[in-house]
Design a protein around this ligand. Sequence first.
Ligand code: 2AM
Ligand code: CA
Length: 267
Amino acid sequence: MLNDLNAERLSLAVDLARRAGDLALEYFHRRDALVVETKRHVTDLVSEADREVETLIRSALDKAFPDDAQLGEEHGLSEGRSGFTWVIDPIDGTAPFLNGLPGWCVSIGACDDAGPALGVIYAPVLDELFVAFRGQGATLNGAPIRALDGDLRAGLLGIGANDRVASKRVGRMLTELMDAGAGWMRYGSGALMLAWVAAGRLTGYAEPRMSAWDCMAGYVLILEAGGRVLPFPDGPGLTLPAPVMGASSGAYDELRDICAFGSAPDW
Ligand code: 2AM
Ligand code: CA
């Protein structure tokens, strides 16, 4: 059973993911009117939608849990005193979002001294809501979910890569995965593909360089669905990019060895 405080946190996170998703969906339907800024690369985009959706989430969390810390993709870190840190990606998959594709989601995660704690991911176009809290199991639209049985060849593998990772590094990873017989796909949102690992739709997900807001919620979902995740750095490392990987138990070791995520990042 969750204590009262964590039950309130989970209930608000679910409510906010839906409200934030509805707001993002409004922007999605009139995306041609959005002013899009290229952060550094054609795949690294931000718009008013990302900022406004994060503001909606953060201001509600500020009000309800003023002692909690918050880390978000667009508005950075605000310190807290409770030991509980919200980790927020208002729109994960901004590039698919701005290009009219369905592969994007709102991701609200949290961690505490014991690691990843809360994960809520809502994909508005698909109307799918993934919910988990440490020790409480994971659900999709209210029904329990489990990671796949079997190894890397038991289903599809999700892959992500961005322009900050050397093309040779990505190419090597994909070559080795294909040589191992893994069929891979890319959908554009790391958070959503991690949720799909939890739901048994993918054997695993790997990306050499992601941020805490892309993976925290998905990590809780996978752990609660019986899978395994590559620990994301905590403390000051929480704000820095790192390799991200989650998989079913049977696929985890082989995937980690192929991706060479056991060693230091080599972007
Ligand atoms: P975003 O859509 O919120 O930017 C796709 O491979 C995944 O990587 C998405 O979760 C995407 O998040 C993230 N991503 C995109 N560009 C990135 C970058 N330059 N550094 C880290 N993560 C990035
Ligand atoms: Ca993101």
